[in-house]
Design a protein around this ligand. Structure first.
Ligand code: ADP
Length: 193
């Protein structure tokens, strides 16, 4: 399966989602994470510690792709219309993380307009960095007409610790590490069904 994570705006948990989705898909299969973000956040994450799947730079990805069952592609934020068209063409599932603030939602809705104009039916919005149940429900209602994952990703400081340590969120010392990981586990089940 080829899963692409892109976002209309930076700082919405795109790389964090790409890393954890790759980890879920890597459960039984070989999974490659391609880092196409100019910040190289996923590459740096992997270099700081130990992730249970391979991470490669976009520029060297072509050589690696044939050996993997699943590929997760972390793209630059704010893709142009042409980039979006190419991304849609090149994946099975396009995931667009969106935080519950109005700037992120506005930017996401512009991307959704482009996707609809491209007749794309392989995209899904993922609500991320959700600070409270109430905010999650309100955002879900506001976006109800669009394809949304049932699972949202809640806000936990454990993710920062995971990025810092170069590991997955379930491996950090934090009282919310397991519950944070459970969000991506449930998301993974949705992705695979
Ligand atoms: P992007 O790739 O969209 O720029 P990142 O994945 O780099 O976003 O995340 C931006 C910041 O938000 C980072 O500091 C990251 O640790 C933090 N973050 C990401 N997801 C969560 C979450 N679910 N809860 C709390 N902080 C998060």
């Amino acid at each position: 399966m080829l899963v692409t994570c892109t976002s209309a705006k930076g700082g919405v948990g795109k790389t964090t989602s790409a890393v954890h989705i790759a980890a879920i898909l890597a459960g039984d299969n070989t999974t490659l994470l391609i880092d196409g973000d100019p910040n190289h956040s996923a590459m740096k994450w992997a270099q700081r510690g130990d992730l249970p799947f391979k991470v490669v730079d976009l520029m060297s990805a072509a050589k690696h792709t044939r050996n993997f069952e699943h590929i997760v592609f972390d793209t630059p934020a704010r893709p142009s219309r042409d980039d979006l068209e190419a991304l849609v063409e090149g994946c099975d599932l396009l995931i667009i993380p969106t935080t519950p603030d109005i700037l992120s939602i506005d930017a996401t809705l512009e991307t959704v307009d482009l996707l609809e104009a491209l007749n794309c039916n392989c995209y899904r919005l993922l609500l991320t960095i959700i600070p409270s149940r109430r905010t999650g429900e309100q955002t879900r209602e506001a976006l109800a007409e669009f394809p949304l994952f049932k699972q949202s990703i809640r806000q936990y400081a454990a993710y920062e610790k995971a990025a810092l340590g170069g590991v997955l969120v379930n491996q950090v010392k934090d009282r919310n590490a397991r519950v944070a990981w459970s969000d991506y586990q449930r998301l993974g089940k949705e992705i695979l069904t």
